[in-house]
Design a protein around this ligand. Structure first.
Ligand SMILES: NC(=O)c1ccc[n+]([C@@H]2O[C@H](COP(=O)([O-])OP(=O)(O)OC[C@H]3O[C@@H](n4cnc5c(N)ncnc54)[C@H](O)[C@@H]3O)[C@@H](O)[C@H]2O)c1
Length: 418
C-alpha cells in the first residue's frame, strides 16, 4: 500500500447518503489517503448536505450528476446512490472518462452489470466493485494459506452470519428491493467464499427464509459448487434475533467492540414505528425519516441514527468480522480469530496473527489508487462484481424454482496480492 506518493487523485461522490457518510465521518482516515476530496453531487432537496460538504471538505457541490462528471478536478467517482440508479450514474461517469467505484450490490440485474463492465471497457476507465468483506485482512490471510498448498487442496467452506441487518430502519421499499439481506449482505459473503475458493462458481442451489416482521426474505441457505469440485455452504439470518458476534467476543463488522444486545433496541425501534403507523406509507415515511438522519449532512442526531443502523462508531480494536468462515483443506482447517487466523493442522491449532491493514472503503480507495497510479488491474473489478451479483441473483432464482442454477459469468480470483 502506497500512501506516500506525491501524486494525489481527485475524489468525487454521487450521493451523500449513508454509505458515503460512513466514509466521510472517518475524516482523519480519508484525509490520510492520497486523495483530494473535490466534489459531490446530491439531489436538490438535500442541498444543505452539499453546503455542509463544501464547508467541511472545501469541495464543490453539484445538484447535477452530469456537472460533477464534467469537473476536471475529479479523477475517481464513488457512486453511492441506490442500486436502481447506479447504471445511469456509472454510464455518465465512464463517458466523462472517470474511474469508478460502485457500492454493493453492483447492479440490480446481470444485464445492468454487464453493461457497466462494457461501458467501463469502452471508455478505458477502471471499475471497482466496492464494499466487500473479502478485502478483510484475515480473509486474504486465509486465502494465502490455501493458495500456498501448505494444507493440501481446499475441499470445502462453511460461512455463516447471523446479524441485525433486517431490523435496522431501512425503508420497506429499499429492504424489499434488496430482498432483505440477499442482495445487500449476500455480496459480502459470496465474495468471501469466492475469494477463498478461487472465484469460479459452477452452480448455485439455495432456499430463503421469510421474515414476518419485515415482510421479505430474512436470510438464506445456499450451496455453491465450484468448477474444481470445491463446495461451500453459506448461511445468513439477518432478523436480529441472534448475532454470531456473540460467538466471537462481540467483535463488529469493522473490528470495533460491539455492545451485546444492540439488535434488541433496533428491533424495538422498528416494532414501535410499525405499531404507531396507520398505513404502510406512513411506516415508510417514518423509516425514511430515520434513514435521513444517518445520511451525510444530517443533524446532530446523526450518531444516534447511525447506532440504529448498527454502526457503533468505535475505533477498530481487532480485525473486522463478518461472520464465521471455516475452510477445510486436505490436511487442516482454517478459521479467522479476532486478530488473525487459526490453522488447525495435523499437530493441533496454531494462531497466526494477521497484520492490521486499512479496512473497508479506505482499503478499496487505496486499491483504486494503486491500480491507477501503477497501471495495474484491480483486485475486484467489474467482472468480479458481476460474477458475485450473478451468484446472489442465482440464489433467488434457485429459491423460487427449487432448481440448481448454472453460472455463466464467473471469473477467477486474481489472488490477494494482485
Ligand atoms: N447505508 C449503509 O449503511 C450502507 C452500507 C453499505 C453499503 N451500502 C450501499 O450503498 C448504496 C447506497 O445506500 P445508502 O444506504 O447510502 O442509500 P442512501 O439513500 O442513504 O443514499 C443515496 C443518496 O443518493 C442521493 N441521490 C439520489 N439520487 C441522486 C441523484 N440523481 N444525484 C445525486 N444524488 C442522488 C440521495 O439523496 C441519497 O443521499 C446501496 O447500494 C447500499 O447497498 C449502504
Amino acid at each position: 500500500m502506497t500512501t506516500t506518493q506525491a501524486r494525489t487523485l481527485g475524489l468525487g461522490f454521487i450521493g451523500l447518503g449513508q454509505a458515503v457518510n460512513l466514509i466521510l465521518r472517518r475524516k482523519a482516515e480519508i484525509e490520510s489517503l492520497p486523495y483530494r476530496i473535490v466534489a459531490a453531487a446530491e439531489r436538490g432537496d438535500r442541498i444543505s448536505a452539499l453546503a455542509t460538504f463544501e464547508k467541511e471538505f472545501g469541495g464543490k457541490g453539484y445538484t447535477s450528476v452530469e456537472a460533477l462528471c464534467e469537473d476536471p478536478d475529479v479523477d475517481v467517482i464513488y457512486v453511492g446512490t441506490l442500486p436502481d440508479q447506479r447504471l445511469a450514474h456509472v454510464e455518465l461517469a465512464a463517458q466523462a472518462g472517470k474511474h469508478i467505484i460502485v457500492e454493493k450490490p453492483m447492479a440490480g440485474s446481470v444485464a445492468d452489470g454487464l453493461r457497466m463492465v462494457d461501458i467501463a471497457d469502452a471508455h478505458s476507465v477502471k471499475l471497482l466493485a466496492g464494499h466487500t468483506h473479502s478485502f478483510d485482512a484475515p480473509i486474504r490471510h486465509m486465502e494465502d494459506v490455501i493458495r500456498s498448498s501448505e494444507l493440501g487442496s481446499l475441499l470445502s467452506i462453511l460461512s455463516f452470519n447471523y446479524n441485525d441487518f433486517s431490523v435496522r430502519p431501512w425503508p420497506n421499499r429499499e429492504l424489499q428491493a434488496s430482498r432483505g439481506p440477499v442482495l445487500n449482505q449476500g455480496p459480502h459473503q459470496v465474495d468471501i467464499v469466492r475469494q477463498l475458493a478461487g472465484g469460479l462458481v459452477k452452480s448455485v442451489r439455495a432456499s430463503t427464509i421469510w421474515d414476518d416482521l419485515r415482510d421479505c426474505e430474512g436470510g438464506y441457505n445456499c450451496h455453491l459448487l465450484f468448477e474444481d469440485g470445491v463446495s461451500a455452504l453459506l448461511s445468513f439470518d439477518a432478523r436480529g434475533l441472534f448475532d454470531s458476534g456473540e460467538l466471537f467476543g462481540w467483535i463488529g463488522e469493522g473490528g470495533q467492540q460491539k455492545q451485546p444486545g444492540g439488535a434488541v433496541a433496533m428491533r424495538e425501534n422498528f416494532v414501535s414505528l410499525k405499531a404507531n403507523s396507520s398505513s404502510l406509507d406512513e411506516l415508510d415515511a417514518q423509516l425514511e425519516a430515520q434513514k435521513e438522519q444517518g445520511r451525510y449532512g444530517a443533524s446532530a442526531t446523526s450518531d444516534e441514527a447511525m447506532r440504529l443502523f448498527g454502526y457503533t462508531g468505535g475505533v477498530p480494536v481487532h480485525q473486522p468480522f463478518f461472520g464465521y468462515t471455516l475452510a477445510s483443506c486436505q490436511r487442516g482447517v482454517i478459521r479467522q480469530s479476532p486478530d488473525g487466523i487459526v490453522v488447525y493442522g495435523e499437530r493441533g491449532p496454531t494462531e497466526r496473527p494477521t497484520q492490521r491493514t486499512l479496512n473497508g472503503r479506505a482499503a478499496e480507495l487505496m486499491e483504486m489508487y494503486d491500480a491507477i497510479t501503477e497501471d495495474r488491474p484491480l483486485f475486484h473489478d467489474g467482472r468480479w462484481g458481476l460474477a458475485t451479483l450473478e451468484v446472489c441473483l442465482g440464489m433467488l432464482e434457485s429459491a423460487a424454482t427449487g432448481t440448481e442454477i448454472p453460472m455463466t459469468h464467473q471469473v477467477a480470483s486474481r489472488g490477494s496480492d494482485a
